[in-house]
Design a protein around this ligand. Structure first.
Ligand SMILES: Cc1ncc(C[n+]2csc(CCOP(=O)(O)OP(=O)(O)O)c2C)c(N)n1
Ligand SMILES: [Mg+2]
Length: 797
């Protein structure tokens, strides 16, 4: 090597220019491919091969620019417009994009949602099949998208917050597979109109207070479907409206930037410097990306000519970001027309091929099933001529269907057996249909919860160790001792919520523990249930074990949306690739009045399938359930009994070890005459009634269901009913709520109706919320006299 230093200098410049040029042309190519995918994607819907389409056209440049600064360990929490970002980061291929458009349920083809989500709803794998976390610090991570506008905001805040936890909690520093000193950014995207949601404002405020590396990109195309910015945003500009949040030298807050969605160079420059700093400073930022277009309108559901003026449509054509990038490339001599035309052509070709491949792979297993079904139907022996020709038509129609779905096959097979029920071939046709049902079921009806090693239902049972010397203490003291030991032994656990830090929660479960275990592990939050849940989601996704507290069950409503839309659907909607082992701790049932004594079980049962619902009768049981949950990956809500904190309990010696299995009721009093099914605080009313009923000669059996989701997986209640032949379900929810759910489970699912001597009953609170005061409680909720009367009636029947 005899190069002079001048030569080397020159070749470095050349190299760096060449590198720059290659990078620009690569971005241009990705943008073009993405645009082409949008154009062809829309056509697939309009011609009927896909059901619905929503595309990222118009947002391409902003996303190739943003993608440049997305690094291993980072997270994205965005919405349905981000296909270009996914292509640019290599996290999605165009073929996979089309596989999702077609709803291909094969995870190998559609690795975002297993065909369960609409197109443009992305995810990356964060949990391995054995339930262990992926080395997410080395991966580019995408939290699974949801369709609800601004629904990504609580989660985005939490993902960014986790970086703060990883940086500030010393015990977490060794977990290098999860984080590298908390320098990971959460890239959050949101549409301009969706910033009208309260979610956006709560998350921005929390980020400003907490100082967490949250980078919010607002794709401002001027519309939320048909409704323009002036009806969405104060002053018609989100960056203007946010001014008061701007961080100053001596304040906390958020950095605010304005860029133009067609200005490739400008965006790259701003994103780079802001994001590089953010890894260090953790100061959140909002990038208001203006002047973005929407060439094909909102979605395949309608056309934007209905609500955009001719002028606006003309402006959108002129300021199309890809057109602008092309002009910029030419002006700056980065490439010439011919070179760009070649890239255009290659992009078109590539997308066309990817689309065709996706369709072929999606259709292949269906076509095989069609073939087999057609041959079975065609070869049916049918004596009746008319039925025979109908069956033949059926086979022909199925064979000629050019876009067959699994359901077409199922329907044809069923119709064949309906048309010719007497055919000797019917059994064979039915058998094949049954086989297909078994093949199809897991494609669509699986993975709501963890099913593998980390299923909460597979945690081994360890009984509490209690001997004569075991101390008897108040329920809240028991919890406090448990949490103390838990925080000493498990560094991944963090607990937070309103009044959880300094005073150790309103019932002293954490009293004194913040001082002992640190302000970063047990801490207060603002009054913002929605983003408390969001913090829990983010921490859980990033491999930690958050206990997010909702002060009273009545306030869960404020945090219900992310639990229902995000947490409950997560494992299902990612085909098991993401888990959110969040524990929501709350307290409920009897206290006082309309907003402090709720027991809205029906609300949770109906909104939260996908989350376990624990309703322990006391803190001994609660601790066993916490232990079970902490060994598994499933999310859960723990409703502690408000009147359980001052109950005297015997303390097990193995506080950290014993487990209470989920879905296994406990018979807490045996009896011969009637089965009484209940849970939580109401059990104490029932126990009081039991003593008085005994004096009246009635011997009731009391069953504590312990968890409502899952519900009595071993049919313990059915066993009791076989013995007593009478059953009543009692709780504090409204009529038709939790008690009706239990009734349905036992009567219909367990087949309990066969064992009844008298009509089964439910006994619930009144249809309104409880009035304030002890009399309000007595007359609004079921009391011991109500229980006694109902049971006496049933015994007299
Ligand atoms: C909670 C909720 N409300 C309404 C909708 C229906 N919806 C879907 S997208 C959309 C407009 C969103 O506009 P914007 O945030 O500007 O994003 P863009 O689609 O323009 O990129 C609406 C109203 C929804 N998905 N979720
Ligand atoms: Mg918009």
């Amino acid at each position: 090597m005899n190069n002079t230093s001048a030569d080397i200098q020159m070749s470095n410049d050349m190299l760096s220019y060449e590198g720059f040029r290659a990078e620009v042309l690569k971005d241009y190519k990705v943008a073009l491919e993405s645009r082409e995918a949008s154009l062809l994607g829309r056509r697939e819907v309009l011609t009927g091969k896909a059901k619905f389409g929503i595309f990222g056209d118009g947002k391409e440049l902003a996303q190739v620019a943003m993608a440049k600064f997305f690094q291993p360990g980072d997270w994205r929490a965005g919405y349905y417009r981000d296909q270009t970002f996914m292509f640019a980061t290599g996290l999605a291929t165009v073929e996979q994009f089309f596989a999702q458009l077609y709803a291909d349920p094969d995870l190998k083809n559609e690795p975002f949602s297993m065909g369960r989500q609409m197109n443009g709803h992305f995810a990356t794998r964060i949990v391995q099949d054995n339930g262990q976390w992926e080395p997410i610090a080395d991966k580019l991570n995408v939290s699974s998208d949801i369709s609800t506008t601004a629904g990504q905001m609580p989660r985005a805040l939490g993902l960014a917050f986790a970086s703060k936890a990883f940086r500030e909690v010393a015990q977490l520093h060794s977990m290098e597979h999860l984080s590298r000193n908390g320098s990971e950014i959460c890239f959050c995207t949101i549409g301009d109109a969706s910033t009208s949601e309260g979610h956006f404002w709560e998350a921005v405020n929390a980020a400003g207070v907490l100082q967490v590396p949250l980078a919010i990109f607002v794709w401002d195309d001027g519309y939320g479907i048909s409704v323009p910015t002036k009806y969405q945003t104060t002053k018609g500009s989100i960056s203007a409206a946010l001014k008061g949040f701007q961080k100053k030298d001596n304040t906390n807050g958020v950095d605010i930037y304005k860029v133009q969605g067609w200005d490739y160079a400008g965006m790259c420059e701003v994103f780079e410097s802001a994001l590089t700093r953010m890894r260090d400073t953790h100061v959140p930022a909002v990038f208001h990306v203006e002047e973005i277009t929407q060439p094909q309108g909102h979605s395949t559901s309608g056309s934007h000519e209905r609500y955009k003026s001719a002028e606006r449509l003309e402006w959108e054509k002129e300021w199309d970001c890809i057109k602008k990038m092309r002009e910029w490339i030419i002006e700056n001599g980065i490439a010439n027309e011919d070179e760009l035309a070649a890239i255009d052509e290659a992009a078109k070709q590539m997308v066309k091929e990817s689309k065709a491949n996706a369709w072929r792979k999606y259709q292949q297993p269906i076509k095989e099933q069609v073939q087999e079904a057609v041959s079975l139907i065609r070869n049916m022996t049918v004596n009746d001529m008319e039925a025979y020709s109908k069956v033949q038509d059926l086979a022909k129609d199925l064979e000629n269907n050019r876009e067959p779905l699994r359901r077409h096959i199922m329907r044809s097979l069923a119709l064949a057996t309906e048309i010719a029920p007497g055919s000797p071939s019917v059994a064979e046709v039915k058998a094949y249909r049954k086989k297909l049902q078994q093949i199809n079921d897991p494609l669509y009806n699986s993975l709501l919860y963890n099913e593998g090693e980390k299923s909460a239902l597979k945690v081994p049972v360890v009984t509490p160790a209690i001997d004569e010397t075991a101390p008897v203490i108040n329920g809240y003291e028991l919890l406090n001792k448990y949490f103390d030991q838990l925080f000493a032994s498990n560094p991944s656990v963090l607990a937070f919520g309103e009044d959880v830090g300094k005073i150790g929660d309103v019932n002293q479960g954490f009293a004194g523990l913040q001082e002992k275990h640190g302000k970063n592990r047990i801490f207060d939050t603002g009054i913002r249930e929605l983003t408390i849940i969001g913090q829990g989601i983010g921490l859980a996704l990033r491999g930690l074990r958050p206990i997010a507290e909702i002060q009273y069950l009545d306030y869960l409503l404020y945090g219900l949306q992310p639990l229902s839309d995000d947490v409950a659907t997560l494992h299902y909607r990612t085909g098991g690739q993401q888990s959110c082992p969040l524990i929501v701790r709350t307290r409920g049932h009897r206290l006082e009045g309309i907003w402090h004594s709720g027991s809205p079980m029906g609300m949770m049962l109906n909104a939260l399938r996908g989350i376990y619902l624990c309703v322990p009768r006391n803190m001994v049981q609660a601790i066993g359930m916490y232990n079970t949950l902490l060994k598994a990956n499933d999310p859960a809500i723990m409703v502690e009994c408000l009147n359980g904190y001052r109950l005297k309990e015997t303390m097990p010696a193995n506080l950290l070890e014993y487990t209470v299995p989920l879905g296994v009721p406990e018979v807490i009093k045996e009896g011969a005459d009637i089965t009484v099914v209940s849970y939580g605080s109401t059990l104490r009313i029932v126990q009081d009634a039991a003593v008085r009923l005994q004096a009246l000669g009635i011997d009731i059996e009391i069953i504590d269901v312990q968890t409502l989701l899952p519900f009595d997986t071993q049919h313990v209640i059915f066993g009791s009913l076989q013995k007593t032949n009478r059953i009543i379900f009692i709780d504090e929810d409204v009529p038709g709520g939790g008690a009706a759910y239990m009734f349905n489970k036992v009567m219909e699912e367990q087949g309990g109706y066969k064992w009844l001597d008298v009509a089964p009953r439910t006994l619930t609170a009144k249809a309104h919320r409880p009035a304030y005061g002890s009399d309000g409680d007595y007359f609004s909720k079921p009391n011991a006299e109500d229980v006694i009367e109902a049971i006496q009636d049933m015994m007299a029947e």
